[in-house]
Design a binder for this molecule. Sequence first.
Ligand SMILES: O=c1ccn([C@@H]2O[C@H](COP(=O)(O)O)[C@@H](O)[C@H]2O)c(=O)[nH]1
Length: 237
Amino acid sequence: MNKPLIVALDFPSSNEALSLVSQLEIYHPFVKVGMELYYKEGPAIIEELKMKNCNIFLDLKLHDIPNTVKQAMKQLARLEVDLVNVHAAGGKVMMEAALEGLEAGSRVGRKRPKCIAVTQLTSTTENMLTEELLIHSSMETTIKLYAALAKESGLDGVVCSALEVPSIKEVCGNNFLAITPGIRNSEDNNHDQHRIVSPVQANRLGSDVIVVGRSITGAKDPHSAYLRMKSEWEGLL
Ligand SMILES: O=c1ccn([C@@H]2O[C@H](COP(=O)(O)O)[C@@H](O)[C@H]2O)c(=O)[nH]1
């Protein structure tokens, strides 16, 4: 994986998602299918996106008992996407089970999809961590621990804010992927995101991949918004 920008296709149906993809088709975009679109369209949307030569992150954030996650991952492996994920909060046995399921469901001779773990959602603040989730370590410590647990479980990386990437790389090494949503430029609406950085900062902080949704999909001109984000992320602007 080089330094991709993944576009979050957070749309209610395939019509809107495919229309956005058609505007970016010449760039063979890496796209993310999340719960909203997948729960509406199911595996058919994955097939349609593959026909358009998109790389795909299927972002369903599995979090359940180990056996359920293993069996679910076995099914997801059959979709042959590039990237899937779980919540690190499910623990080591659950993350190991996710990998077992992916191995079991992947065709012989084909590499399993990469699997990453959500550490703490980018919509979570330090205050929420203490007051609501009753986690009494700092955001940075919590995320470092979750990342180390994901690595010990054999996962390929984590989802985090770019703000935490330097400490994750320190603990888990440079090859452990840091995939970072919560990307905004200063003029963008932050919506429900809290731990946010610009594409330029994400690059400087060492993110491997950025995930951008509404700043592109909700822009008046998504094509220009994509190109600007991409150039800033790649350090060209
Ligand atoms: O911690 C997380 C994990 C996943 N996401 C997902 O990324 C996109 C971000 O969309 P924006 O519109 O750019 O805010 C969205 O699909 C989330 O489900 C995240 O934001 N934070």
